[in-house]
Structure formats: structure tokens, C-alpha cells
Design a binder for this molecule. Structure first.
Ligand code: MG
Ligand code: ZN
Length: 236
């Protein structure tokens, strides 16, 4: 028994060590790192597509995409204008700091302002793996039900921001925004909740503002100009 506890601890300790290295890399380059987590189908990829289109003229952004098996999401994000490095986890249900470190090697970090990490769709173990990020975002969506925060409290407790997507579907489901917010308040008071719809565009401005604020909070202005950090676009 004692041996098993030690083993689990050593895995997390190794990840934490690598996460600390990542955090230094982000800070040395002056870039903001944002880790997005959610259940499958909440809309992380769509949110990143919208972000690429809306903020592409203001920030030099790149993405690290964690996916079980396909490159579908990575290609969508690249088509929207954000270079994307794919990590196929081969069934692995979360990203770890070692994987992200390797994927980051594809970029010259000094040429970027923001890196988004789209984690594997899963609200359980991604929360336990620090990727050295500055901000953690949990994306939830109304068809999933309003009790998601109560069911997955760890992910929400460790979040800096919650995006409530598919707000246009409230009314078509029995989702209660009030109940969702009440569950959240019981887990972490003062957690920003951004209600939006990637489909209709409602509320997206609040997300873009949140991203811009997080970038500005780093204290270094985003550098304008060309984007040499951009990877070759994905083939159709
Ligand atoms: Mg996705
Ligand atoms: Zn996992």
C-alpha cells in the first residue's frame, strides 16, 4: 500500500518538475499560456477558432492540441488562422507537461504572445496535471446539465475562469443558469463565468476581453508586426 502511494506521488512530482520548467519557458519568452479543459463536445475547439479570427490581428497566437486519435480539431484551428501543434495521446486521457514541452519546441516562443493548450476532452485527470500555465479555463456547455460543477468540483476549483457555452440553447433544455452559478459559488466564490454562444456570437466579446486582460496582466505589451511563429497551414 505504502509503495503504491509513493509511486502515484512520484508521477505527479515529475510532472510538477516539468511544469515548473514550462512556466519558466513561458515567462522567459513573455508569453501567456492558457490551458483549456472540458468534457468532450463542450466547444473548446470552436472557441479557439473564434479567438483566432477575432484576436489574430492583435496577438500572435499558437495552439497545442491534445487529442486522443485524430487531427480534426488541430486542422480546424489552423484553418481559422492559428498555428497548431498536435499531440495525439493514443488513448491517454490528459496532457502532461512533458508532452507539452516537446510540442512547444515547434515554436519560437519569443515570436508569440499567447499559447493556448486545448486539453483532452475530460474533466477528471487533466485537472491534476499542471502544464505550467498562467490561466486555466473550464469550458462547460448547457446541454451537459447545470450540475457539472457539483460533479467535477476539482476541475472547477482550480479554474481561473469558466466559459458557459451554448447559452443559445437555454430554453431548449432544462438547464438553469441560476443553478449552474449556485453550484459554482459553492465551489469557488468570485470565479468569473462567461456566458456565451460560439454559434450566435452572443457573449464572445466578454471572452476576448478576458483573454486580452490576462495577456495584459503579464505586464509586457504584445508585440505587433509579422508572425514568424506561424506554422505552415494545414492542407485541406
Ligand atoms: Mg476539441
Ligand atoms: Zn488522464
Amino acid at each position: 500500500m505504502a509503495k503504491r502511494i509513493r509511486l502515484d506521488k512520484s508521477i505527479v512530482t515529475e510532472n510538477d518538475r516539468l511544469a515548473a520548467v514550462l512556466a519558466h519557458r513561458y515567462d522567459d519568452a513573455g508569453i501567456l499560456a492558457v490551458n483549456l479543459m472540458s468534457s468532450p463536445g463542450s466547444g473548446k475547439t470552436t472557441l479557439l477558432e473564434e479567438t483566432a479570427r477575432a484576436l489574430g490581428g492583435r496577438f500572435r497566437m499558437a495552439c497545442i492540441e491534445g487529442d486522443l486519435a485524430t487531427d480534426h480539431d488541430a486542422r480546424r484551428i489552423e484553418r481559422a488562422g492559428m498555428p497548431c501543434q498536435l499531440i495525439n495521446t493514443g488513448g491517454g486521457c490528459h496532457l502532461n507537461a512533458g508532452q507539452v514541452g516537446q510540442a512547444l519546441d515547434a515554436y519560437r516562443l519569443e515570436d508569440l504572445d499567447i499559447v493556448f493548450i486545448e486539453n483532452v476532452g475530460n474533466l477528471v485527470c487533466p485537472a491534476a496535471f499542471d502544464l505550467g500555465e498562467h490561466r486555466r479555463v473550464v469550458v462547460s456547455s448547457t446541454p451537459e446539465g447545470d450540475d457539472k460543477p457539483a460533479k467535477y468540483p476539482v476541475a472547477f476549483r482550480l479554474a481561473d475562469c469558466v466559459v458557459l457555452n451554448k447559452i443559445d440553447l437555454v430554453g431548449a433544455t432544462d438547464f438553469s443558469v441560476e443553478a449552474f452559478r449556485r453550484y459554482l459559488a459553492g465551489i469557488k466564490a468570485d470565479l468569473p463565468v462567461l456566458e456565451l454562444s460560439c454559434k450566435t456570437g452572443e457573449g464572445l466579446a466578454g471572452w476576448f476581453q478576458w483573454v486580452t486582460g490576462a495577456r495584459d496582466a503579464l505586464g509586457r505589451p504584445a508585440r505587433s508586426g509579422t508572425r514568424p511563429g506561424r506554422a505552415a497551414p494545414a492542407k485541406e
